[in-house]
Design a protein around this ligand. Sequence first.
Ligand code: SAM
Length: 294
Amino acid sequence: MSAKKNIVEEPAPEGWGGSWTEQKLDAFISYVVEYLKILNKYPKYKTIYFDGFAGAGEKAYTTKITPDLFDYNIPEKYNNEVKIYAGSASRILRMEKPFHFDYYYFIEKDDESFNSLETLKSKITDKPLANISIRKDDCNEQLKKLAIALQNKNYAALIFLDPFGMQIGWDSFSKLKNTHSDVWILIPSGVAINRLLDKKGELNSIDKLEQFFGIDKDEIVNIFYPEKTKETLFGTDITFEKIEKPIDKIVEIYSKQLKTIWEHVSKPLILRNSKNNPIFHLIFAQFGVASRLN
Ligand SMILES: C[S@@+](CC[C@H](N)C(=O)[O-])C[C@H]1O[C@@H](n2cnc3c(N)ncnc32)[C@H](O)[C@@H]1O
């Protein structure tokens, strides 16, 4: 038996790795490969990669190792081994030819992550640095700017939106209709959104829900808290109860909204935590420039 089998290794810190993050990035990168294989055949299109929640790019972390009590033979290197977590920006920028975009935009609000992206950029040698932009800004503002640039139909953009929470405002999408854009969006279906749709229907953060779904309070209430009537001795009793399976409904409503902007919306990839509960859904929506060309 190898020594490694007797070691309990801690996962990367929250959000830097772990099986669902890897699953998400692997699915996305597989698509990027297919996308570029097609677009590369049509040089008339200038390709843009837009990462709206770019993160730090790469991060070094030290694994914390709990050795098996009966294992006296753990190699030194497994103790506090330094590993590199490669996030979306790193994976994209480190793709080799022919898997290059013409332009790259990485948007990040946080100072530390922004600086880390600049460091990553400085290590890239196989792409013109002038075509790699790192912007410290709110993704929503940059999405609106991207939509204006995409009015030029010779640009095709692949957009990756990977927030932890509900930071994407629905309005930021409206101008992307009829542009050559394909978008991958992570939605916190089982965590933030479902939590705001509280059991009692108090909806203390209704503004956030309205902005996220792009629908108003009445519609949200109708969908998630349908009216229930019950005849009692004293007349009709009306109650509003949160629906069963709210997470499925969240995904259904969001996908329906996406369909008003993009022609095709995929069945999402469900990302689960270690207890097998769905926490995020990764949805793909496309205008379909790649599939149209193929
Ligand atoms: C889940 S992480 C991104 C992970 C990244 N895609 C990766 O693979 O490593 C989300 C990032 O979005 C940033 N962020 C949060 N709100 C933002 C906003 N409104 N606009 C731009 N960046 C934002 C956070 O600072 C954080 O680094």
